[in-house]
Design a protein. Structure first.
Lengths: 408, 311, 296
């Protein structure tokens, strides 16, 4: 078989399309790249997705005039909720594409994988979208900051407050994987600490379960006052719709729910539900101002707490670079994270807060009640505040997390 | 004929070797290793569909379980690299034996449906059992040292291991196909009743081929676990099974180099399309349809037909 | 009621059984369409789940873009999607009859990926809500549970459609022609029946059944792109257990497996996803052609 010229050229063309080894940067000012890694096509597309990228870019645009001797670029990728894909994108970004910080990363499994890679490469991971409190607990890392929320805070706010309001017996419907179990166990601990009891729980196969009627019926017959939903996204939406259908008389506590889920459900179904977020666009002057700046760019999907966390986390990341200087920042992700922990945080979305030694972002958490249709004046006008928890009480105490590098 | 390779095939083999050796200088080694792992997986799959005529629609089960057990071996039992990979291979083989015994009873489409359903069971098993880590998967799998002392931390070091594993697997498949055993398999594929009437215990042959294929799939999975340091549920989904079918179909069923070419294309496509969300899925679907309607022989098959050689 | 049998509460168990019947209704409808298509075309229609999803999606689109409600949709959507199915058969599937049946499987698998990917691309995947039609809202107290009217409707309607389809195939002339064409197409063609057209219509009918199931499913689950792929493998298992070519087999097995799944959800919820496959393996080992199938 002769090797033809056409064949050779073809091969060369084919090879040139393969992902290349690292290119040498030619720019004069160092460029920091922020990579927004989330689910852009799957169940969390609206919870994170493109809106997170827009919010991150917003932070970069706003901070541009304050950047001391460097530039910042934003890149994005879809992890499709797969830890191996997320990890390999992270690895590629850190190795080949000059990315210094990865943000958002919903889905706790992916988040943990990305944390590991960030630690290995000494880069930065500012997580906004994921839930597991293990990110700052047993699996904590000196290169990771967990900004927006976690399972403990959700349990504390929604769980604790629901018990205080009289919900002293619970039945859980739990997504049968690490996130669901963690959410259930964190909430159970808090319910019991508040002298409530758990009458039972149903674990369902995840993903793929769309029909919760049998678990709902079981929950109802257990006699508990509160139905705790230890699930997220489409599962939560289905659970709630079906609970309505089956005339469930229990109080429903949606342990993880975003305003984007409320939007998908509709107020006639979601009205009256309690949930916890650390951000709401109509909370105060600052949040409204931020939302006004971004909503034109994402008119169908207003920012939820995960999106706001991308914005705020990126802002703080850049402030940290300013603080230690771009040379030190490029050299070590850990140095940037240490600076993020040293500096207090302040932004339009979360107000004044801080990043704790284990990487935990310390902000207020809010218990919201979803408005009924009659109470809502326009689209996205969905929440009314029930309770605000100050940062010191909203998050798991530092010494209870089991984070290996925290000496209590 | 050299070792069962015709002149054309030997030339293609040389080209492939050259690419394997030279590619890391221009392309990202981790990406290349992914291609090699999936190419090996596709070769294993192709053994069944291309040479035995069995479409195993749930082949990811063996790959994925190989991934999990290798990860476990390296992380929890502290096995060295080659032992961990072998653990993966034997896991694939064991599972293949159990599932094969159930599935081989039926033929054609029934066989495919049964393998699909069995792999779903494996998937559910993986979601329930503690050691797989559920949705998180087994993470932070160490890059265990080769033979206990050769470090695999550097991307290039492990690249040569992966390349070696791939080549051994590739040649093994080739050897199986061109052995007397392989000739019987071919006879079974061409005309099973005839083979039976000639006295061959057809089911036994099919089962052995099945187990061998699952063994190699398990090896591919185990290697992947070590390279990426992670083993997850997405390795055992039916979508992953569908992907290896796509890879082999695109490359060319029943060709030697088809699966390799298919793996290169599918992974490159995924790499470039992943920013575009579900277009990956749509593109995969389009390729499936295009291949079935127009390019049944796959890329390598078509090239081979044009050049009038078997590749 | 809290009477117990063997330590299990009867009330909740019955409730689970009834709920299982609802799932079973969808399994039956879908496996029926699949069995019809497989019986005549010998094609495993992997796109069946995606077409079911498209049925739900078109119903949603009708409501949101054209203001056409549930009841008209229930009639129009199956016809439309069935027509689309016939187009697919003419353009793609019919070209594969002379080849190994596996190509049909691969083609429909590819089509399923395309449909699912396209819908997910433009509409996301958290699902789009579809309200229960006015006339079917509300629920009835059954003592051991509250039964939403709509779900009761699903069971009844599916049952009626399934039995009607079975009657058409088994007891009418056209059904006889269909069955004959399955056995011996050349002979039937010699009798002057346009067999290719019959085949096209049959595929369309099978797809229409899937789309019908989709419209019915829309108010129960939200309309989301993965609703097809979530259910398709279970439906395959149903068809395998029932017997690959048997219409009655799919109907009975569909409803039956729904019941079994329901009881499992009460007794051992984590196993509810896998119980159907375990049953499939058992049936295959003991009775390879399925419960109602003809021996291969």
């Amino acid at each position: 078989m002769k090797i033809s010229r056409r064949g050779l050229l073809g091969t060369a063309a084919a090879v040139s399309t393969l992902p290349m080894a690292s290119a040498r940067a030619q720019s004069k000012l160092p460029v920091f790249k922020i990579g927004v890694l989330n689910d852009q096509s799957g169940p969390y597309r609206d919870t994170g997705g493109v809106t997170s990228v827009i919010c991150t870019q917003q932070a970069v645009d706003e901070f541009a005039s304050q950047m001391k001797g460097y530039n910042v670029q934003v890149v994005a990728a879809d992890h499709q909720n797969k830890p191996d894909l997320g990890a390999s994108i992270a690895r590629q970004w850190f190795d080949q594409d000059g990315v210094d910080m990865i943000t958002d990363v919903p889905n706790s499994g992916v988040a943990l994988a990305v944390s590991a890679v960030a630690k290995e490469k000494n880069k930065v991971h500012v997580n906004s979208g994921a839930a597991s409190s293990d990110i700052t607990g047993l699996q904590c890392s000196p290169n990771t900051v967990h900004w927006t929320y976690d399972t403990w805070m959700l349990a504390q706010s929604t769980g604790g407050a629901t018990v205080k309001a009289g919900g002293d017996s619970w039945y859980f419907i739990t997504a049968d994987y690490a996130f669901g179990h963690k959410l259930e166990s964190d909430t159970t601990a808090l319910v019991k600490a508040a002298h409530g009891k758990v009458t039972g729980s149903s674990s369902y196969p995840f993903p793929g379960t769309t029909d919760f009627s049998s678990f709902l019926v079981q929950a109802q017959s257990s006699g508990a006052k509160v139905l705790g939903l230890a699930n997220a996204g489409g599962d939560t939406i289905n659970s709630i719709k079906q609970a309505k259908e089956f005339g469930l008389t229990m109080n429903i506590a949606a342990l993880l729910m975003f305003i984007t889920d409320v939007n998908a459900l509709g107020l006639d179904v979601a009205g009256g539900l309690h949930l916890t977020e650390s951000f709401y666009w109509d909370l105060n002057e600052g949040t409204r101002a931020f939302t006004n700046r971004v909503k034109a760019k994402t008119p169908d999907n207003w920012p939820n707490m995960a999106h706001a966390g991308c914005y705020a986390g990126s802002l703080h990341f850049m402030k940290a670079i300013n603080h230690i200087g771009p040379v030190a920042a490029k050299a070590s992700g850990r140095a940037i994270v240490d600076a993020m922990k040293a500096l207090p945080t302040e932004d339009d979305c979360f107000g004044k807060g801080s990043v704790r030694a284990d990487g935990r972002g310390m902000f207020k958490s809010y218990l919201f009640e979803v408005k009924k249709p009659s109470e809502s004046k326009m689209k996205w006008d969905y929440y009314k505040i029930v309770q605000t928890t100050p940062p010191e009480q909203a998050w798991r105490p530092l010494n209870e997390g089991g984070c290996p590098f925290i000496k209590a | 004929m050299l070792m069962g390779f015709s002149r054309a095939q030997a030339a293609a083999l040389v080209v492939m070797l050259a690419i394997i050796v030279l590619a890391p200088m221009v392309a990202y080694p981790v990406f290349l290793m992914k291609v090699l792992c999936f190419a090996l997986f596709a070769c294993a799959f192709n053994l069944l569909i291309g040479y035995v005529g069995l479409l195993s629609f749930g082949h990811a089960a063996y790959f994925g379980m190989g991934c999990y057990l290798s990860a476990h071996a390296a992380k929890v039992w502290g096995f060295s690299a080659e032992l961990s990979i072998l653990v993966g291979g034997f896991t694939g083989a064991a599972l293949g034996l159990v599932f094969g015994l159930i599935a081989i009873r039926r033929q054609g489409i029934y066989f495919s449906m049964i393998t699909l359903a069995l792999s779903q069971m494996a998937y559910f098993f993986c979601t329930q059992v503690a050691f797989t880590g559920g949705e998180d998967g087994i993470q932070q799998v160490p890059r265990a040292p080769l033979l206990g002392f050769i470090s695999m931390q550097d991307d290039m070091a492990i690249y040569w291991l992966v390349a070696g594993v791939f080549l051994i697997g590739f040649l093994l498949v080739h050897r199986i196909v061109h052995s007397p055993f392989g000739q019987v398999l071919k006879a079974i594929r061409e005309n099973e009743p005839r083979a039976i009437s000639l006295g061959y215990r057809v089911d036994d042959y099919k089962l052995i081929a099945f187990v061998l294929s699952c063994f190699i799939a398990g090896i591919a999975g185990g290697t992947k676990a070590l390279v990426f340091g992670i083993a997850t549920l997405s390795d055992v989904t039916w979508q992953a099974s569908g992907e290896v079918v796509l890879t082999t179909l695109l490359g060319g069923l029943g060709t030697i180099f088809g699966p390799v070419v298919g793996a290169v294309i599918v992974n490159t496509l995924e790499f470039y399309l992943s920013p575009f969300g579900s277009w990956v899925t749509v593109t995969q679907g389009v390729i499936f349809v295009a291949c079935v309607m127009l390019f049944r022989r796959g890329l390598v098959g078509e090239i081979g037909a044009k050049l009038k050689v078997a590749l | 009621m809290m009477t117990t049998v063997l330590g299990y509460n009867i009330g909740p168990m019955l409730a689970q059984g009834v709920l299982g019947l609802i799932n079973g209704a969808f399994y039956a409808l879908l496996s029926l369409g699949l069995a019809v298509i497989f019986g005549l075309l010998n094609i495993i229609n992997f796109a069946h789940g995606a077409l079911y999803m498209i049925g739900a999606f078109v119903a949603w689109a009708f409501l949101n873009y054209l203001g056409i409600g549930y009841w008209p949709a229930l009639v129009i959507v199956p016809i439309l999607v069935g027509g689309f199915g016939m187009l697919l058969e003419r353009v793609f599937i019919s070209k594969l009859y002379k080849l190994d049946h596996l190509y049909g499987l691969l083609l429909t698998f590819g089509l399923a990926l395309i449909f699912e990917g396209l819908v997910r691309n433009y509409y996301g995947s958290s699902g789009m809500p579809f309200a229960v039609p006015e006339s079917l809202r509300g629920a009835t107290r059954l003592g051991f549970m509250i039964m939403p009217t709509y779900r009761a409707w699903v069971v009844v309607a599916s049952f009626v459609v399934c039995i009607s389809t079975w009657l058409i195939i088994e007891k009418t002339p056209i059904g006889a022609t269909l069955r004959a064409a399955t056995e011996n197409p050349a002979m039937v063609q010699a009798f002057g029946v346009n067999v290719p057209r019959l085949v096209t219509l049959t595929y369309g009918a099978g797809v229409a059944l899937a789309a019908f199931a989709g419209v019915m499913a829309a108010p129960v689950y939200s309309v989301n792109p993965s609703m097809g792929s979530n259910v398709i493998i279970v439906v395959f298992a149903v068809v395998v257990i029932g017997g690959m070519g048997s219409i009655l087999g799919s109907i009975l097995t569909g409803f039956g497996l729904g019941l079994v799944e329901g009881f499992t959800k009460y007794l051992y919820p984590q196993g509810s996803g896998v119980v159907i496959f375990v049953l499939m393996v058992i049936v295959l080992l003991l009775r390879p052609s399925g419960l109602f199938g003809k021996a291969a």
